[in-house]
Design a protein around this ligand. Structure first.
Ligand code: ZN
Length: 102
C-alpha cells in the first residue's frame, strides 16, 4: 500500500526545495518517486519533434524520492507521518497528528 497518492498535498523535507508545498501530479511506485507541482524544476533542452515544434529550453518538474516528502494532512494542515488503517475493508491513511483518516 502506497502512502502517497496522486492529488495529495506534500511538503518537501529535504534538498533544495525544502519547505515547498505542492500537489502530487504523478506517482511512480516502482521507483518510489513522486512528481510534485512546482518542485525540483529541471531545465531540459528540447529538440524539435513531431509533438513539440519549438526547440529550445523547457523547465519542468522532475520526480523526487518519497522519503523527501511528507503528506500535509487535509484536516490539520500539518505535514505528518501517516499510519495506514483498514476501515470497512478500505485502506485509509491516518494522520498521526490529529487522528483524521482520509
Ligand atoms: Zn491531521
Amino acid at each position: 500500500m502506497r502512502k502517497v497518492r496522486k492529488g495529495d498535498r506534500v511538503k518537501i523535507v529535504s534538498g533544495e526545495d525544502r519547505g515547498k508545498v505542492g500537489k502530487i501530479l504523478q506517482v511512480f511506485p516502482e521507483k518510489n518517486r513522486v512528481l510534485v507541482e512546482g518542485v525540483n524544476i529541471v531545465t531540459k533542452h528540447q529538440r524539435p519533434t513531431q509533438a513539440v515544434r519549438e526547440p529550445g529550453i523547457v523547465k519542468r518538474e522532475a520526480p523526487v524520492h518519497v522519503s523527501n516528502v511528507k503528506v500535509v494532512c487535509p484536516e490539520c494542515s500539518v505535514p505528518t507521518r501517516l499510519a495506514v488503517v483498514t476501515v470497512e475493508n478500505q485502506k485509509l491513511r491516518r494522520c498521526k497528528q490529529c487522528g483524521a483518516t482520509f
